[in-house]
Structures are given as C-alpha cells and as structure tokens.
Design a protein around this ligand. Structure first.
Ligand code: AMP
Length: 485
C-alpha cells in the first residue's frame, strides 16, 4: 500500500519516517493542518488528544527544518513536562531521517545540562513556558532564527497560569513567526491571544464524532459521599474495587479529583495487592516521567491520576477509564472518557457519582447531549474475583516502545573526543562518508559532548561503520569507537 502522506509536498526522509512509524493515512486533523501549515499559514486548531494533532504540526515543522541551520527554527510550547517529553519524542521520530535535533526544556531538571544541549545544533525546541523564558533570559535559547511557534493545549496553559510567560515569549520573538495554536476549548483569554498574535489564522475544528461517542460505553454508579473523618469512604472504595475486578481491564486510567485522593487511593490499592502507579503535580519530576513510561510499557496496569497532569498524554489501547471522583467540569468528563475507545476500538467509561456530583452530572448530560442513566450495581461473582486476582499476579509482558522499529536499523556509536578537542559534527561526517558504501544519508543524529561524541548510523550499516572506524582517523587521530547499544 502506498503511503497516503505522499499526496503532500513532503520529502522522502519524512515519508520514510512516517512509514516506519506506521502512519500511512493522515488523520482528520492532519488532512486539514498539514497543507495549510506547509503554505505558511497561521492556524487555530480545536481538537483533542488522540486526534493525531502532534504529528499534524510536527510533520510540517520537520519538513521545513533545515539540517544545516544551527539555531532553532521552531519553538513548541507545552503546558506540562510529560507532554513536553511526549511531543519531543514524536517530533524526533518524524524528523529522525533528517537527523533533526529536538531538545526539550522544562523545570525540575538541571538547567546546566539543558544549556549544554542548547549550545549544540538544535532545530526544534520543545518546552514548558517557565523554563523556556528562563533560557531566553539567560541568553541560552537563541530566537533569531525562529520561523514557527506552536502553542499546544492552550486552554491548559492558561489554567496553569502560563499566560504571562506565553505573552513574554511571543514578545521576545522578533522574527514575526507563523503561529499554530491548538486547544480543546477556545475561551475569551485564548480569543484575545489569537486576536493579538496570530495573522489571519485559519480555524480548523475536528469535532468529536457521533461514532466516537457510541464506541464508549458509559456506566454511572451512585455511591455515598466520603465524610470528613473518613477520606477514603469505604462503600465507595468497595464498589470501585468490585467494578474494577468485574471489568478486570488489561490497563486503565483512574481519575481522582485531588492529589491527596490519588495518594490515598493508590496506597489503599497497593495495600490490597493491586499493582498501580500514580501521577500528580506534587510527585517528583523524574518519577512522573518514569511512571508514564512504565505504564506505556505495561509494567503495571492501572494509572491513578489527576486531570491536569494526565491531560494530553497519549496511551494506546486503554480499554477502560474510571472516574473514581466525578469530574468538576463538563469538558473534563469528555476529555477523560476520550482516552478510551480510540482508533475504532470500543471503550468503557465507569463513573462513581455521589449526591453532590448530581449537578455536574446534569451539566455533562446537557453538554454531551444525551442522558447518563444510572447503572444497577451487580456484585462481582467469585469467578470474576478470582480471575482478577489471578491477573494481578501474572508476570508482565512488556509492550514495544514507540519508535522501536527505528531502533532495529539504527546503531549508536560512541567516539572518543568531543568539544574539548574541538571535534565537530562535520569531522565525523567527513570520515564516515569516506567509508566505502556509506552515504551521508546513513548518518543519524550526532551529539558532541565534552569529551565524547555519539553518532547514530542508520539503515543497518552500524557494524560496517564500527569496523571501519577501528583504524580510520577522525580529525587526525584514530579514535576509540564503541557500540553503545
Ligand atoms: P496525538 O493526538 O497527537 O496525541 O496522537 C494520538 C496517537 O495517534 C499517537 O499515538 C500517534 O502516534 C498516533 N498517530 C498520529 N498520527 C497518526 C497516523 N496518521 N496514523 C496512525 N497513528 C497516528
């Protein structure tokens, strides 16, 4: 089957990368955004996570990036650190055959390392507004070559208090860049921003289709409200655990209203022998990223989360979503349940509702345009319960990481010598291209550190290059060259 992305004006490197990623047909938002973006238009995209919106802007950004450029040509702003990492990975994969460098910058990680990375060649920078502003102030993020800016999940950016940082960043960019703004909802604050900073933007909206909604079975169970003394209401917890056992999902997300509740529920489930992980804003940055990775790989089945941190993070094939606490915003309900029933799969969204959630439930009903009838609770059977605990004790089978297909044909080599000995990417390219049968296209990302350089060799030619470099000189010397993975 030919890759339908060939219908766009995209270079072979981008088409090849998309094919490796398994993207052969553009999603609705991609159909709308890619051509407009390639024409250089400003865009406002109203769409949700799961629609393929990251690739919708990443494909044109990667297409437009020029490897020879040293300073970044695009800046992508994300509200959370998790989204920064996820978006960086998506852009990196799409731009991999063009050897694009896509550094990410966000708080909670040492700034020095980020400065080192930014000093090297970089093409597309992804970051959270606070840290991006920090780098701009320090002069470590060069803006003089920026041609495109993406503001992703704009409504969440405002909710998280990044309005001033965003305005400052846009004010600092003097190159009159094209702006693409994506948001699930477009309120007054975002309208103001569009008015002020975007130039004749095209509005693109990808609606939640009737089909998507029908694919998600929604169940509502009425429970007692937790009391002040008993944060973890037992009746609610027991009902939840029974529903979880009855459904026995392969993997699911469980949403709570507060960070405290996430902690309490996670602790209780673990005490009861259920393997789960949690993310919320107070958890250490590295742990959050590790948890998201672990969940993606299937190291544990259930992820308990607050809305803000979980928003936008893409997990494949979630069969279930649980609202342990009913959401406090009607759009939040749609976001949460939209994490299941993706890509034509069916999904189940189960919500627990207390007396005080009834008002919000009605608001959700008028928002989505259909009733959410209360489901009668049928206790879990002994067999169902046994099956659940058996699954809890099963050994996990790790899922393939995204981009794994790339890694099959890519070898990463380390070469002794780096910035301290004035090693430059061109020195490496020069020597490697002098090897018989190796072309510049076979070289991937080159990362020059202080006294070591990493280089990726593509197209399954790693062994050949490794062997040849054992006695070839790079910048006048035979170097120690090793395989790093
Ligand atoms: P996003 O809405 O950007 O979070 O993307 C949702 C998921 O769809 C991600 O796992 C992407 O890797 C995947 N995806 C994006 N575009 C395509 C495509 N054209 N074909 C198949 N999968 C895609």
């Amino acid at each position: 089957m030919t890759n339908q992305f060939k219908n766009y004006k995209l270079s072979n490197e981008i088409i090849d990368a998309l094919t490796i990623l398994g993207y052969t047909e553009p999603t609705e938002i991609q159909k709308e955004v890619i051509s407009l973006a390639l024409q250089g238009r400003d865009i406002v995209g109203k769409s949700q996570t799961g629609s393929g919106k990251t690739a919708a802007f990443a494909i044109p950004l990667c297409e437009e990036a020029v490897w020879e450029d040293n300073a970044p040509t695009a800046l992508v702003l994300e509200p959370t650190r998790e989204l920064t990492v996820q978006t960086k990975q998506e852009i990196f994969h799409i731009g991999r055959k063009k050897r694009l460098k896509v550094p990410d910058v966000f708080g909670g990680f040492p700034i020095d390392k980020q400065i080192q990375t930014l000093k090297q060649k970089s093409h597309i920078v992804v970051g959270t507004p606070g840290r991006v502003m920090d780098h701009i102030r320090r002069g470590t993020l060069i803006l003089s070559n920026v041609k495109s800016v993406v503001i992703d999940e704009a409504d969440l950016m405002f909710d998280m208090g990044f309005a001033d940082d965003m305005r400052q960043i846009l004010g600092e960019i003097k190159t009159n860049p094209r702006i693409m703004l994506f948001s699930a909802t477009i309120g007054e604050a975002i309208e103001d921003m569009i008015e002020r900073y975007l130039k004749e933007p095209v509005f693109v909206e990808v609606a939640i289709t009737e089909e998507t909604r029908i694919d998600i079975k929604q169940e509502i169970y009425e429970v007692e409200k937790a009391s002040e003394e008993n944060e973890l209401n037992n009746e609610k917890y027991e009902t939840f655990l029974h529903l979880l056992a009855r459904e026995n999902p392969d993997s699911c997300m469980i949403f709570c209203g507060t960070k405290e509740m996430v902690n309490v529920l996670c602790r209780k489930l673990r005490k009861d022998g259920v393997k789960c992980g949690m993310i919320h804003g107070d958890i250490d940055q590295q742990d959050r990223i590790r948890t998201v990775e672990g969940f993606r790989e299937g190291r544990f089945r259930y992820l308990i989360a607050t809305d803000v941190v979980a928003r936008g993070i893409d997990f494949d094939n979630l069969s279930h979503v649980f609202n342990y606490d009913f959401p406090t915003g009607r759009e939040t309900y749609v976001h949460r349940i939209g994490r299941t029933g993706r890509n034509g799969n069916t999904g189940i969204a189960i919500s627990l509702v207390t007396e005080s959630d009834q008002k919000m439930k009605s608001m959700v009903e008028s928002y989505v345009g259909y009733e959410l009838p209360v489901t009668e609770y049928v206790p879990v059977s002994k067999d169902e319960e046994n099956a659940f605990w058996q699954r809890q004790n099963e050994k996990v089978v790790l899922k393939k990481k995204k981009g794994a297909e790339f890694n099959k044909t890519i070898t990463k080599l380390s070469i002794s010598g780096g910035k301290k000995s004035k090693m430059r990417a061109v020195d490496i390219v020069g020597t490697i291209c002098s090897i018989n049968g190796i072309l510049a296209d076979d070289i991937g990302v080159i990362d020059v550190r202080d006294s070591l350089t990493y280089v990726e060799i593509l197209n399954g030619k790693g062994k050949k290059v490794l062997d040849a470099l054992q006695d070839k000189t790079i910048k006048g010397k035979v170097r120690k060259v090793r395989l790093t993975r």
